[in-house]
Design a protein around this ligand. Structure first.
Ligand code: NAG
Ligand code: NAG
Ligand code: NAG
Ligand code: NAG
Ligand code: NAG
Ligand code: NAG
Ligand code: NAG
Ligand code: NAG
Ligand code: NAG
Ligand code: NAG
Length: 881
């Protein structure tokens, strides 16, 4: 009796010990033995390798099949669910299981025909097709193959899965779904509640088959077809399906549609995402029926009109994204109804009026972006407790008044962009603990006064994450703020800062962009600046009063693309180490006191496009050195004017400027207009060029802008014929030198030329008739030479006036009053009568680009400054001056 008790006690104890891990495997094997071995064969078709690639898609990865062992009960394996009575495997969740390798078409997985739920998401099946055998698993209600690197056509047998409630094939971006499979799925899986096909290629599906979606009728709860290439008109009836809770159609640029105007909406709708579609029309009043709506994403669509008042009744909204439409109207104070709002993005529309102060009642806001609208008036200044706000972007409006203190006291703020408004006043003296700032942009306002000490202290000690600070285009004065360690972009251009660059600047070792231009800074440029910032790509110190020499420690591996030191009082020589800056595109040292010979060692820089040495004390001859095959291969703007260069014109350079030859066609079609762009998109490379004695700042440099300016030096000898090969030249200025000989015929090959100045030289002979080929020529100055004979006529030459030729006593013919001896021709009685012919070139420019652009950029200012025939501009562009 006692033994019996002990035995049964032991048994009981054992039983407890084994629960729950292997009770049934040792005592009551549950798993169907066919399913058991099918699973083991499936396991064996994948390598066991814990070192497999894992990415951030899954919160955790685990190699579930590693626990599958022969001889144990499969119903207790990781990821396996059995039917408790039959022992059949009915659920298999191998998501995030690091399965990797091709999927066998004869996989024993397809024998598990009792399966109801199969999830293989987030594995890597090496672009295997989804095999047609998937259609054998007819008991499936849930199939999830998301993000598993399946590819090819989705097999039509998938439509055999008529019991499906949920189908997710998303993010297998090499999968295709064709028209007939689509129709079959819709016809047979009539109980589907959830369909997720994001990123699958569905572009072959026609508009007519899109409307089949209506067949899902009452079952559908969630439909997600993002970025699938769908096009045509989306059936708006979908938005009336009675149970629909989520509809996501974003990033289908050619998918059109409208929101239903009738009250016939899917009232349970919680999420509506139409981002980046071609949905258009107005947001109807009826949207007010969506009482459950949490998230409304309508950005990058084509909606217009005003926001209906009813929208402000959707009190459950947490996210409202209306950015980048053409919506207008004012934002009513009703806005404060949306108490749960965390994201309000109205940016890039035409909303106007004043900002309602009820905006500040939205205490849950984390993102407030109303940038690029037409808002006016002050930033509301009642006490705000937006303690969760991390992004406040009001840039590009017409907001005025001062920056209220609350903007500086938002504890969670990481981005504050108030740029491009009319804000005035000094930066507040008062602040509370703005600590997490990453991006601070107050540029393009009218903020004046000194930078307060709390701001300087925060810069250096508190804002440890700050990477972007832009205070440019204000009226700030006093000492420069010091850029903190860790900052990448620091711009204070166009203020009234004084003082010098202290050596503490050199602690900012992550600087990528440093722009101190257009201030009243003085002192020297500290040598440590370059050594300290290996990532520096833009160094812009132009238009200040810096003196001393240029730092010499430019180093190998430098990332500098733009160096602008022009318009200072720098002296000494150009440091040879500049040749290490192999990414350099713009080097501008104009208007300093640099005393050096021509830096032909810069010729190896492969990317250099703009070189300006204007107005310094450079001297000697300009030669290339022998070791470079193509010196200055990309150079497009070459300005050495106003120096003391002498000797012959640099023929060897003209022969080699590849960047000025690229465009050679006589059809007057130019490449698409584009601007030089820099690593920092907000920065535009500008350069000053002198045209007809007027300096003109090209605030953005067109990549077709190609000029050579050698004026005001002491060059002598003849103009080399090879200059005619620089066929993309737009401007050529050789004036004020001692150049002799004739004007070469080949200049007539420079068919892009818009201004040509050869004045104040000793040129002789006749003006070549070939110059009449220059259909774009707007400015011609040949004055003060020894030219003789008849001035050519026709085309642009009918538009030049006396001042193009004065000081050449032996020239005759139109427009000079002196007629040529055998001149039988009548000078054109009226230019207007000839407008058709000579204007061929101009017209095609205007027609090709639209007037605003080209005339605005290159020619508009030229016209105004040179008072060239304005009728021409009016004729072409309807300009009125
Ligand atoms: C499992 O083990 C049994 C007995 O050792 C063996 O016969 C069977 O082939 C094994 N199954 C698999 C799938 O390896
Ligand atoms: C799949 O099975 C069939 C028939 O049993 C066989 O012919 C085929 O080679 C197998 N395919 C693979 C990839 O094993
Ligand atoms: C589907 O599942 C049921 C219940 O488990 C089963 O009776 C039936 O045989 C299964 N269908 C197929 C084709 O295996
Ligand atoms: C629809 O589903 C049933 C049941 O699985 C199947 O027999 C039939 O072939 C399917 N039809 C299509 C067109 O796939
Ligand atoms: C598919 O599985 C993944 C991974 O478990 C999951 O994140 C996703 O929500 C599933 N899809 C559906 C529609 O349930
Ligand atoms: C907002 O809701 C209130 C209460 O349900 C209702 O009286 C009012 O008419 C609604 N306003 C709009 C513009 O739909
Ligand atoms: C804002 O709050 C501060 C301190 O909490 C208080 O001194 C000030 O009077 C308040 N201003 C307004 C307009 O309520
Ligand atoms: C702000 O602008 C509005 C008009 O846009 C003007 O009426 C108002 O006086 C301005 N306020 C300030 C402080 O400049
Ligand atoms: C710039 O600051 C100086 C004093 O630092 C002042 O005299 C001058 O008026 C200021 N210029 C402008 C345009 O504010
Ligand atoms: C350049 O001009 C000269 C003289 O006008 C002409 O003979 C030559 O063919 C032209 N070359 C090209 C490439 O157009």
């Amino acid at each position: 009796m006692m033994r019996c008790f002990v035995l049964s006690f032991t048994l009981f104890f054992l039983l407890i010990l084994h629960t729950p891990s292997s009770t049934s495997s040792s005592l009551l094997p549950l798993c169907n033995h066919h399913d058991n071995s099918n699973l083991l064969y499936f396991k064996n078709s994948f390598p066991i390798d814990n070192s497999l690639y894992r990415d951030g898609r899954c919160s955790s990865y685990s190699n579930k099949i590693a626990s599958w062992k022969n001889g144990t009960d499969c119903c207790h394996w990781d990821g396996v669910t059995c039917d408790t009575s039959s022992g059949h495997v009915i659920g298999l969740d191998l998501s995030c299981s690091m399965l990797e390798g091709p999927f066998d078409p004869n996989s024993t997985l397809f024998h598990l025909t009792h399966l109801q739920q199969l999830n293989l998401a987030f594995n890597d099946f090496h672009n295997s097709p989804i095999h047609p055998q998937i259609g054998d698993l007819v008991n499936l209600s849930h199939l999830n193959l998301s993000s598993s690197s399946f590819s090819g056509d989705i097999p039509s047998t998938i439509s055999h899965l008529s019991k499906l409630l949920s189908l997710d094939l998303s993010d297998d971006y090499e999968l295709r779904l064709d028209e007939s499979t689509w129709s079959k799925i819709i016809a047979n899986t009539t109980n589907l509640k959830e369909l997720v096909l994001d990123l699958i290629d569905m572009s072959s599906i026609k508009e007519t088959s899109l409307s089949l979606l209506m067949n899902f009728s009452s079952s559908l709860l969630s439909l997600s077809l993002r970025n699938t290439g769908l096009h045509g008109k989306f059936p708006s009836g979908i938005l009336a399906l009675p149970n629909l809770q989520e509809l996501r159609l974003s990033k289908n640029e050619e998918l059109k549609g409208e929101l239903p105007k009738s009250n016939n909406w899917s009232t349970p709708l919680r999420i509506l995402d139409l981002t980046g579609t071609a949905f258009s029309g107005q947001i109807p009043d009826s949207i007010g029926h969506l009482k459950s709506l949490n998230q409304l994403f309508l950005w990058y669509c084509k909606f217009d009109g005003m926001i209906p008042l009813s929208l402000w009744n959707l009190t459950q909204l947490t996210e409202l994204h209306l950015s980048r439409n053409t919506l207008h109207g004012e934002i009513p104070s009703l806005l404060s109804n949306l108490k749960h709002l965390t994201i309000l993005d109205l940016s890039y529309n035409s909303f106007g009026g004043q900002l309602p102060s009820s905006l500040l009642d939205l205490t849950q806001l984390s993102v407030l972006d109303i940038s690029s609208n037409l808002f006016i008036g002050p930033i509301p200044s009642k006490n705000a407790t937006l303690s969760k706000l991390h992004t406040l972007d009001l840039h590009n409006n017409s907001i005025n008044g001062t920056i209220p203190d609350w903007c500086y006291s938002l504890t969670s703020l990481t981005l504050l962009d108030l740029s491009m408004n009319q804000l005035t006043g000094p930066i507040s003296k008062f602040y509370i603990g703005l600590q997490n700032l990453i991006n601070l942009d107050l540029s393009n306002n009218k903020i004046h006064g000194k930078i307060p000490n709390w701001f300087r202290d925060n810069l250096l000690h508190t804002w440890k994450d700050l990477v972007f600070l832009d205070l440019s285009f204000n009226k700030l004065q006093g000492d420069l703020p010091i850029p903190p360690y860790g900052i990448e972009v620091f711009s204070v251009t166009n203020n009234n800062f004084t003082g010098h660059i202290s050596s503490t600047f050199c602690n900012a070792s992550s600087l990528d962009v440093l722009i101190l231009s257009h201030n009243h800074l003085s002192g020297t440029i500290p040598q440590c600046l370059l050594g300290a910032s290996p990532f520096l790509s833009i160094l812009d110190l132009q238009v200040n009063n810096f003196h001393g020499s240029i730092p010499t420690n430019f180093s190998q591996g430098s990332e500098l693309q733009t160096i602008k030191l022009n318009h200072n009082q720098l002296e000494g020589v150009l440091p040879k180490s500049l040749a290490s800056c192999t990414q350099l595109e713009v080097l501008d040292v104009a208007e300093n006191n640099i005393e050096d010979v021509f830096p032909n060692w810069l010729q190896t820089l492969p990317a250099l496009q703009v070189l300006s040495l204007r107005a310094n004390k450079f001297h000697g001859t300009i030669t290339t050195s022998f070791n470079a095959k193509h010196p200055f291969p990309k150079l497009r703007i070459f300005d050495v004017s106003n120096n003391k260069f002498g000797g012959p014109l640099p023929t060897s350079l003209f022969e080699n400027f590849q960047g000025m030859k690229e465009l050679s066609d006589s059809t007057h079609h130019r490449p698409a207009l584009s601007y030089m762009n820099s690593s920092f998109s907000k920065y535009t490379d500008s350069v000053v060029v002198i045209i007809k004695g007027q300096s003109m700042e090209l605030v953005r440099i067109l990549t077709i802008f190609t000029t050579i300016d050698l004026s005001n030096n002491m060059f002598n000898g003849e103009i080399p014929h090879v200059i005619g090969e620089l066929t993309s030249l737009i401007g050529l200025n050789l004036s004020h030198n001692q150049i002799s000989g004739i004007i070469p015929q080949t200049l007539g090959n420079l068919t892009s030329l818009e201004w040509l100045d050869l004045s104040w030289n000793q040129l002789e002979g006749e003006i070549p008739v070939s110059l009449t080929n220059l259909n774009f020529l707007a400015v011609l100055n040949l004055s003060e030479n020894h030219l003789e004979g008849m001035i050519p006529t026709g085309k642009q030459f009918n538009t030049f006036e006396n001042d193009s030729y004065i000081g050449n006593p032996m020239l005759c013919g139109f427009p000079l009053s002196k007629s040529c001896k055998n001149d039988e021709e009548q000078p054109p009685s009226s230019i207007l009568h000839q407008k058709e012919k000579p204007l061929f070139g101009w017209k095609s420019v205007a027609a090709g680009y639209g007037c605003g652009m080209v005339f605005g950029m290159i020619l508009g200012r030229l016209f105004i400054k040179t008072a060239r025939p304005l009728w021409l501009a009016r004729l072409l562009c309807g300009y009125t001056y």
